[in-house]
Ligand binder design. Structure first.
Ligand SMILES: [Zn+2]
Length: 483
């Protein structure tokens, strides 16, 4: 007898995964009943070809339907050169096929994955969801036919695998050509029993590359999203040290820790804040600086997507790429909490400072006078009584990646406008260019939009062809790089 469960996994790798009735005859009935009972094996369209069992030659012929006896009753026949017309038992034409979509769903269930189940390449590759394994969150994928000749397009078609920080690949029996990720053979680690499908999770946990910080990893918070949530329904208000999330009737405060951001310096946190600052969409790049994209910014956006997908188990993409604009837009609503930090609308450009940091990010600081409520102590009663308005000067700063500002290609190479900014910063606020220089004019417009100011951030001295910034400029990078 042939092990039908092993055959089931082998068949899942094939372009046309079906079992003929002749094959099923040689497998244990209990295994057949088990797979059919779980729905993993489903009856498929009847065969249109059959093997001749009349002459011993084993030739395959197309099935013909011939009326015989009672009108309207059609019997399947195949032609045999030796015997002539050979009647075929209709039962022999039945076929069964693995239900790959259901297999993907069962894997997701048994692994207890969160996040959306998404067919990335119909019939071949599924994003199953994610869970915490061996110290970190990992995305699980089911890849069928990963060793077939057309599988070299796998990564191009399913960029989600390359974008995932720690993908785990499940395959029926054959590992994909792309060997950089751990792949697990379901034929080895899955068991199908009366109860359903189970996986040897310990084996997976032992075999995946371990996170060095495994011991300290905290559990990430999740937001109760309810029934059929959509990203459009989610509203995020970004505060100094966390976010306030609302979805229909649910509300929750989430701290940086809850969101697994390492602190104010965390790149993903800064990216999320940038989205908030720009109303949910990063500024477009007006010129493309480089056609060779290394995709590192795309990777950052993808990491943020994954983080959001984990905190908010909602199907679909929370952030979409705006193709051709080099920008990204949040599907959910996001804004900064106006009571809490940026953006303070500066009154004058002279109150703003732009500094290029050593790691290439741009720090934007704004000085302003803040009115605050102050209590004064009553001298006699020692009680806090009067509430008076006080004034104090505050400086608020934020750091932005040039790419987030739409001033560099994904590879980090500055665009023409990005170069204008860097020249100002590295040259003490001076730039020698013509008065009608398109890049400078576009940069000026962009600055006004960012800071919400109508007044001109730049001055032009025609006889010297000199542009001067009215805001303070600086660069920490210039001083450390040898010229
Ligand atoms: Zn024959």
């Amino acid at each position: 007898m042939i092990d039908l469960v092993q055959q089931f996994w082998l068949r899942c790798e094939e372009a046309e995964p079906v079992f003929s009735a002749d094959e099923i005859r040689w497998t244990p009935t209990e295994q057949f009943d088990l797979l059919c009972g779980h729905g993993l094996l489903k009856e498929a369209a009847r065969a249109t070809w059959a093997i001749c069992d009349a002459c011993g030659d084993g030739h395959t012929e197309e099935v013909m339907l011939i009326s015989r006896g009672a009108p309207g009753s059609l019997m399947p026949f195949i032609p045999c050169p030796e015997v002539g017309g050979v009647p075929i038992e209709p039962e022999r034409l039945r076929r069964w096929a693995p239900d790959l979509d259901l297999t993907a769903r069962k894997l997701r269930e048994t692994l207890g994955l969160v996040g959306g189940l998404s067919p990335l390449w119909p019939g071949r590759v599924w994003g199953l969801g994610r869970r915490h394994v061996a110290g970190r969150f990992r995305d699980f994928f089911l890849v069928c036919g990963g060793a077939r000749p057309d599988a070299h397009v796998l990564l191009a078609r399913c960029h989600q695998i390359a974008d995932a920080p720690s993908p785990v690949i499940l395959v029926p029996t054959r590992s994909p050509q792309q060997k950089q990720w751990p792949a697990f053979r379901l034929a080895d680690i899955a068991a199908i029993t009366e109860e359903g499908m189970t996986l040897d999770m310990d084996y997976i946990a032992d075999a995946v590359p371990r996170d060095v910080y495994a011991g300290t990893a905290k559990t990430i918070a999740t937001f109760p999203v309810g029934e059929d949530p959509t990203w459009e329904d989610l509203r995020l208000t970004v505060r100094e040290n966390g976010i306030f999330a609302e979805l229909r009737n649910e509300q929750k405060e989430l701290s940086l820790d809850d969101l697994q951001f390492t602190g104010g310096d965390d790149r993903l946190w800064q990216l999320l804040r940038a989205f908030a600052r720009f109303g949910g969409e990063t500024p477009a790049r007006s010129t493309s600086a480089s056609s060779r994209d290394t995709g590192t910014f795309r990777k950052q956006v993808s990491d943020l997507r994954q983080r959001l997908n984990t905190v908010f188990p909602i199907a679909g993409e929370p952030i979409r790429a705006l193709h051709g604009k080099g920008a990204y837009r949040c599907v959910f609503k996001i804004r900064l909490d106006r009571r809490d930090g940026f953006p303070i609308r500066p009154e004058r450009w002279e109150d703003c400072q732009f500094v290029e940091l050593r790691d290439g990010r741009i720090q934007i600081s704004v000085k302003s006078t803040e009115v605050f409520a102050a209590r004064s102590k009553d001298e006699e009663t020692q009680r806090l009584t009067a509430i008076e308005a006080g004034e104090r000067e505050v400086t608020r700063s934020e750091q932005y990646d040039l790419r987030t500002l739409g001033l560099a290609a994904d590879s980090g190479v500055p665009t023409a406008e990005g170069s204008v900014l860097l020249e100002f910063l590295r040259n003490g606020g001076k730039l020698y260019r013509r008065g009608d220089d398109k890049d400078v004019l576009r940069f000026r417009k962009r600055l006004q939009t960012w800071m919400g100011m109508d007044s001109d951030p730049l001055q032009f001295t025609p006889n010297r062809r000199l542009w001067t910034a009215r805001f303070e400029c600086g660069s920490l990078r210039r001083q450390t790089e040898p010229k």
